[in-house]
Design a protein around this ligand. Structure first.
Ligand SMILES: [Zn+2]
Length: 72
């Protein structure tokens, strides 16, 4: 069974290689231009550690929820 810490580690490593860009202001994934009316985006690897943690927290919570559902 995957522990939360393991999951966090795996997601972090995936994200470090990921070229997906996020908004510098609201942290939203870049789906379309200008969620904040700005065009500043950065990849996960470019972010400050605290911003990485925030995204990681969200993704880990999502994954844990999915795993919990699969187990029912
Ligand atoms: Zn934004």
């Amino acid at each position: 069974m995957t522990s939360e810490t393991q999951l966090r580690q795996e997601i972090h490593q995936d994200l470090m290689r990921d070229s997906t860009e996020y908004c510098c202001y609201c942290g939203q994934q870049r789906y379309r231009l200008g969620c904040c009316g700005e065009v500043h985006f950065e990849t996960y690897a470019d972010m400050r550690q605290e911003d990485q943690q925030a995204i990681l927290d969200e993704m880990v919570a999502d994954e844990m929820e999915k795993l919990a559902k699969e187990m029912k």
